[in-house]
Ligand binder design. Sequence first.
Ligand SMILES: Nc1ncnc2c1ncn2[C@@H]1O[C@H](COP(=O)(O)OP(=O)(O)OP(=O)(O)O)[C@@H](O)[C@H]1O
Ligand SMILES: [Mg+2]
Length: 246
Amino acid sequence: MKVLETVELTKIYQMGEVSVTALDGVNLSISRGQFVAIMGPSGSGKSTLLHLMGGLDTPTSGEVFLAGQALSKLNDDQITLLRRQKVGFIFQFYNLLPTLSAAENVALPLIIDGKRFPQYEDKVWQLLELVNLTDRSQHRPDQLSGGQQQRVAIARAFINNPEIVLADEPTGNLDSRSGSVILDLLRKACKEFSTTIVMVTHDPRAASYANRVIFLKDGCIVDQLENGENGIQVTKIMDIMAKLEL
Ligand SMILES: Nc1ncnc2c1ncn2[C@@H]1O[C@H](COP(=O)(O)OP(=O)(O)OP(=O)(O)O)[C@@H](O)[C@H]1O
Ligand SMILES: [Mg+2]
């Protein structure tokens, strides 16, 4: 089953006289439960693609189908609702609310959705267990390390049982040890909940955790690697990067 599809997806940023084509007719189809990495040089359109996929921004032309719905057919309220119910986001700089505890940050999407915290305590706890942070549940973000904050952000991204989790450089700000923990967690969550994950990364080692790698250059898909259950060899990814001069 396709969870996410883009058809001739194009984004042109117009800045006065200058226009920048950030995405140039991207066709992509992602099945349920896939862990997909998107690679490419700085400015190749990775974040733009992720934002369009998650309905955070609108394309200049083309279409995104998210969980079977054409985003262009939905109004802003409908997109917001779809995003809340079907999509989890993870960013490079965690984006936690500084005044809330770890547990409250995990529960935040539910609270925004009008659900009452006590009813979901078990679910919050289950996710804190998954990311191994039950002993930090009452800590605020400034009392947590970067890796711990990112684990809170992962738990938060999964709280709504999303169909798809979109992650933009989730390990970009972490040392390699904390990065591996995050990548193992994403892979585990992908398998455990059959959630589709799309992760942008510069790092071939991070991309090797995925079962499919998509290479972007100048807003176009220029190559792909696909593999079975347990990731892709780093050397294969590096070979393509070298070939494409990424
Ligand atoms: N809001 C914007 N207004 C104008 N141009 C933009 C905007 N956002 C991105 N761009 C341009 O679009 C292109 C793609 O940007 P994007 O952020 O998608 O790249 P990226 O692959 O995520 O890069 P990086 O690896 O550096 O994060 C770049 O040339 C960038 O300058
Ligand atoms: Mg980016």
